[in-house]
Design a protein around this ligand. Structure first.
Ligand SMILES: NC(=O)c1ccc[n+]([C@@H]2O[C@H](COP(=O)([O-])OP(=O)(O)OC[C@H]3O[C@@H](n4cnc5c(N)ncnc54)[C@H](O)[C@@H]3O)[C@@H](O)[C@H]2O)c1
Length: 259
């Protein structure tokens, strides 16, 4: 049986309290890792339960990744609890969907801080620990890094720029640290269910979305977690500087309608 064993590794995951980050924490704990997670929410109990149910140890910090001093505290909390960082999954982000006309300077700055600069700032803080342990960085970008929808600016700009950050980190911090990006498509998260619920017929909208995907399903947080387990492992030692698009074939499908 093919197995990936990450026991003895410490993983730092941002945005671990819900959605993709929570699924990633679960799968990494399943592979034997201990997890330090953060989120904006006061209560990280779902994250802690998820990790402990898989037999891992967990520590949770309330942290706004756009604040440098809170990132410093997050790294400090992780080191105090586990003494090491082997894998950084820089996942926290948010849909800042304004469109070119409605986006003002405040949205622009907020988007750059959250969806781009925070990843670079946290990676720099983790670098000394990752370097010591032949570490791995996985940056969560999006399918919006490759193609987008009207109104999703400036989110798509930051997510595109993250692919450049992945390349720079892979070039400048190798061979001690390996960096890759993940670009998920439509993942079945509570946030996306809320979006379906905003339609008069949520089930109809869900079916319409599913049908945009050749695989005829949405992605799951466990699937993104499994990609992280593989990319963080020594089996992926030749993967570096690349961002992997996981979108159920949506971008392979030629569009039927013009905008
Ligand atoms: N859900 C999708 O379909 C999808 C698709 C492509 C990319 N992504 C990306 O995946 C990542 C996670 O998305 P999700 O849908 O799971 O999100 P989510 O809204 O379910 O969860 C977001 C997580 O990030 C945390 N977070 C948000 N802002 C933060 C901040 N300023 N500081 C610290 N933590 C913060 C929240 O506390 C939460 O834990 C994001 O970077 C998102 O852009 C998601």
């Amino acid at each position: 049986m093919f197995q990936i064993d990450l026991s003895g590794k410490t993983v730092l995951i941002t945005g671990a309290s819900s959605g993709i980050g929570l699924g990633v924490a679960k799968m990494l704990a399943k592979a034997g890792a201990n997890i330090s997670g953060c989120g904006l929410e006061n209560n990280g109990s779902e994250f802690i339960n998820e990790v402990e149910n898989q037999g891992g140890q967990a520590q949770y910090s309330i942290c706004d990744v756009t604040k440098k001093e809170e990132l410093q505290k997050l790294v400090q909390d992780t080191i105090e609890k586990f003494g090491q960082i082997d894998i950084l999954i820089s996942n926290a982000g948010g849909n800042i969907f304004e469109g070119l006309e409605d986006c003002d300077d405040e949205h622009w700055t907020q988007n750059i801080d959250l969806n781009l600069a925070s990843h670079w700032r946290l990676a720099k803080l983790c670098k000394p620990y990752l370097q010591k342990n032949n570490g791995v960085i996985i940056i969560m970008t999006s399918n919006h890094a490759y193609s987008s929808i009207p109104g999703c600016f400036p989110y798509n700009v930051a997510k595109t720029a993250l692919t450049g950050l992945v390349r720079s980190m892979a070039i400048e911090w190798s061979p001690e640290i390996r960096t890759v990006g993940l670009a998920p498509g439509f993942i079945d998260t509570p946030g996306n269910q809320e979006w379906f619920n905003s339609f008069p017929d949520p089930q109809k909208e869900r079916t319409r979305t599913v049908n945009m995907h050749p695989v005829k399903k949405l992605g799951t947080t466990d699937e993104i977690g499994a990609w992280c387990v593989f990319l963080a492992s020594s089996y992926a030692a030749f993967a570096s500087g690349t961002t992997y698009l996981i979108d159920g074939g949506r971008s392979a499908l030629m569009q039927e309608n013009s905008i």
